[in-house]
Design a binder for this molecule. Structure first.
Ligand code: UFG
Length: 308
């Protein structure tokens, strides 16, 4: 493991970022949070961690932050992440994800920060033929969310060629779950992701839910996703940090288990665990959904030694 590192975690008051802050603390590192609290929560902030309130694209904020701290690395989580919203409001995604990321990367280059871990997404792949998706699959995002992240990846690659900057881009598949010690979790309101919606249903916080699309060319007609636990995902970031500190070359890696579950399988599992019968309605396909997204994660396992 690397020595104690000072790491900026953007979006550190959000769902994945907050788990990351705890994972860094657990690994003996020193995280600092930057979050604009548009979707972040005070309740998710780890005790005694410095917090800066502001947008990653705001140079007044990053100038102050980089003047006050000397960071070994930046982990950039802050982003808008709701696929259907990106379809109805694409500019929000290009501005908040792509433009703000470019500004943050510029601030890092100016401050001499040479390690960057970027939260990307399986949504960059779009629809692929069935089977496991490897990193060299063609990227053809189905929605502006995926496109906004793919553009950010490209900016990072170009800047890394021109400046002293190494990166690990992690393309997350569907992140789920919560810290086993109960220190953080998913507080999004309203819930937008499948598992949280299903759990709200069985805990009486909603009356029904819909299955979006039952006519996909999958085994049961519903979409297939690779659900990865948020703590395994955080561990992948710690491994990425160790890799960069050890002088590892920039790389882009999928982050998933390599095991798909359909929407119906997820709902059956929630029903099974909770012992409840779910009130489910079949509904038309949701805009921007790919039929199947399952990771080939051998690169992450082989190069970073990650074991979920
Ligand atoms: N779904 C339903 N009913 C619901 C909610 C979701 O049927 O009430 C379906 C969706 O249509 C989709 C699947 O459940 O087929 C998963 O949907 P989520 O909204 O939970 O997640 P997405 O796959 O749309 O997107 C998530 C993240 C993205 C990431 C993507 C990568 O939000 O950031 O996974 O696979 F890019």
């Amino acid at each position: 493991m690397a020595d104690k590192l000072k790491v900026l975690v953007t979006g550190g008051a959000g769902y994945i970022g907050s788990h990351m802050v705890f994972a860094l603390l657990d690994a003996g590192h020193q995280p600092v949070i930057l979050d604009d609290f548009s979707t972040g929560h005070d309740a998710l902030i780890a005790p005694n961690v410095p917090v800066y309130r502001g947008n990653v694209g705001d140079s007044d904020v990053t100038d102050k932050l980089f003047a006050e701290h000397s960071f070994d690395a930046v982990m950039h989580f802050a982003a808008s992440i709701i696929v259907p919203e990106s379809v109805s409001n694409p500019l929000k995604y290009y501005l908040n994800n792509t433009v703000s990321t470019a500004r943050l990367i510029r601030a890092c280059v100016d401050a001499g920060i040479d390690k960057f871990v970027f939260s990307s997404t399986a949504a960059v792949y779009g629809n692929q033929d069935a089977g496991l998706i490897a990193e060299d699959a063609p990227c053809q995002p189905e929605n502006p969310y995926g496109a906004s992240k793919l553009m950010s990846e490209q900016i990072l690659r170009d800047v890394a060629k021109a400046h002293d900057l190494s990166y690990v881009i992690l393309r997350y598949f569907n992140v789920a779950g919560a810290d086993a010690a109960g220190r953080a979790g998913q507080l999004s309101k309203p819930a937008t992701h499948l598992i949280k919606i299903a759990v709200e249903l069985v805990t009486g916080q909603r009356d029904s839910m819909q299955v979006f699309g039952t006519d996909y060319s999958t085994l049961d007609g519903t979409c297939i996703r690779d659900y990865i636990h948020v703590s395994d995902l955080s561990a992948a970031h710690v491994a990425a940090l160790d890799y960069l500190v050890a002088g590892g070359a920039s790389l882009t890696a999928n982050c998933g288990y390599g095991r798909g579950a359909s929407v119906r399988e997820v709902l059956a599992s929630v029903a099974n665990v909770s012992g409840s019968k779910l009130a489910i309605e079949n509904a038309p396909r949701r805009d921007g959904d790919a039929a199947s997204l399952v990771a080939d994660s051998s690169l992450l396992r082989d190069r970073l030694g990650w074991q979920p």
